[in-house]
Ligand binder design. Structure first.
Ligand SMILES: Cc1cc2nc3c(=O)[nH]c(=O)nc-3n(C[C@H](O)[C@H](O)[C@H](O)COP(=O)(O)OP(=O)(O)OC[C@H]3O[C@@H](n4cnc5c(N)ncnc54)[C@H](O)[C@@H]3O)c2cc1C
Length: 418
């Protein structure tokens, strides 16, 4: 992070607390090497230690810094937005992961359980989300329902203290590694689509859950299709009231946008421990820095990067402690997604032939450049497409007339679906 609002004494004291904690827990020489700008010393400090992003994630999560806004009793710091910002700044400064490896758990499931869950659910799930001991996935999208999520067809029928679930989900990121999933299912087909939904926590090892990885453009299998056949979920795993699932789902979606909006989603944000900061690596990948057009573009990216970070900071500062993000989170999500795509296309063009002579999985600069380029195609789809988010910005931020809704007032079973 290149800019920073000047600290008040209270903020400076908290920052000192965070860096003090880092100094106590990071390998010897790590922080000193970064402070001295010495990449070789940094590499040496890292090599000499047993630091890895998984144990680091657990340590940060167990000490409140993984979610400063969460209540103390559930593993957070009961903190305020500025505290979260300071933690992020210090983690970024010392090249540590900015997001949890359990990103859907910390970013989406946790805030939803805090807002809509029972005390027993908060007690059971939140701390293990933070430490990454239990990985979560999001079982929302279906083959026939993505943007129009509320039209989804997976159904849940009550049977005593349990629900029996049948249907198919798709695009389920990290479903193959997850212990739990956030599931939205239809519990009443006879009323309008938004009113007949209920939100559940699904244990992924339950009989009848079949997770099938899908291979994507980049060659990896980040997401899955998930078939649900007579899956039994205890009623104790229901989040919120029967028929109130859309409200809980909206909390998840708003948090998803806020989570995705501040991130470049590059490896360093997730895994940390990189030799250089991502901006430095980006610059080094561009061979001809003398070309006037290239220089103009680089300067423009730098300006946009700054604007993006400052806007994300302003949006998060405007939220009160514990309150949920609103439709304004869509603004940064749209910008960030398109910014990532423009930046990665530019870096492919600027590297010329080196970009296309690509051996998947071989490592090195061309591999990571191509991976970033291909992966960024998904940025304008995942977490809500840019078209749909622009509609939301139009309606909820700018107060424009609502998009046409031909399903309004109709029972779900009568609406047209694909
Ligand atoms: C990498 C990746 C990871 C994902 N991970 C998950 C996950 O973990 N869990 C999960 O549940 N989902 C996940 N998704 C799914 C994602 O939320 C959906 O892909 C997204 O909501 C779009 O839905 P769709 O693919 O069905 O497209 P559609 O909704 O069918 O949209 C098709 C096209 O129509 C446009 N469109 C649709 N409605 C409108 C409208 N009203 N106005 C203007 N244009 C419109 C869209 O913008 C799009 O261009 C993931 C997606 C990706 C790409």
């Amino acid at each position: 992070m290149k800019w920073q609002i000047e600290d008040t004494p209270e903020r400076a004291a908290f920052r000192a607390e965070v860096t003090g904690w880092l100094r106590d827990h990071l390998p010897k020489g790590w922080m000193e090497a970064i402070e001295a700008g010495d990449d070789d010393a940094f590499d040496a400090a890292k090599r000499a230690s047993d630091w890895n992003p998984f144990t680091w994630n657990a340590l940060v999560g167990a000490n409140g810094y993984g979610a400063p806004l969460w209540p103390k009793e559930y593993g957070g710091l009961s903190g305020e937005q500025w505290m979260q910002q300071i933690v992020r700044e210090e983690l970024g400064r010392y090249r540590l992961p900015l997001v949890s490896l359990n990103i859907l758990g910390v970013g989406l499931a946790g805030p939803t359980i805090i807002e809509h869950g029972t005390d027993a659910q908060k007690e059971r799930y939140l701390k293990k989300i933070l430490t990454g001991e239990e990985i979560w996935c999001q079982l929302f999208s279906e083959p026939g329902s993505g943007s129009d999520l509320a039209s989804l067809s997976t159904k849940a029928v009550r049977d005593g203290d349990e629900w029996i679930v049948n249907g198919q989900k798709v695009w389920t990121s990290i479903g193959q590694f997850a212990k739990f999933g956030m599931l939205v299912a239809r519990t009443d087909p006879n009323i309008p689509k938004h009113d007949g939904l209920t939100y559940f926590i699904l244990e992924m090892s339950t009989p009848g859950v079949d997770v099938r990885p899908l291979r994507q453009l980049t060659g990896s299998s980040e997401f899955n299709e998930v078939y649900l056949t007579d899956v039994r979920i205890p009623d104790a795993n229901r989040v919120g009231a029967v028929g109130d699932g859309w409200r809980a789902a909206r909390t998840t979606l708003m948090n998803e946008r806020a989570t995705l909006s501040g991130l470049s989603m590059d490896q360093s944000s997730i895994m940390g421990g990189t030799r250089k900061d991502p901006w430095q690596s980006f610059l080094e990948g561009i061979e001809d820095k003398t070309d006037a057009n290239v220089r103009q573009k680089i300067a423009q990216f730098y300006i946009e990067q700054e604007v993006k970070e400052i806007t994300a900071f302003r949006a998060s500062s405007a939220r009160l402690r514990g309150s949920q993000p609103g439709p304004e989170s869509s603004v940064n999500k749209v910008f960030n997604a398109e910014f990532n795509q423009r930046k990665s296309s530019f870096s492919m063009n600027a590297a010329g032939m080196a970009s296309v002579a690509w051996v998947p999985g071989a490592g090195g600069a061309s591999d990571s450049r191509m991976h970033a380029f291909l992966r960024s195609r998904a940025n304008t789809i995942e977490g809500g497409t840019s078209e749909v988010l622009r509609n939301q910005i139009g309606e909820r931020v700018l107060g424009l007339p609502r998009d046409i809704d031909t399903d309004k007032g109709l029972p779900w079973k009568e609406i047209r679906r694909n």
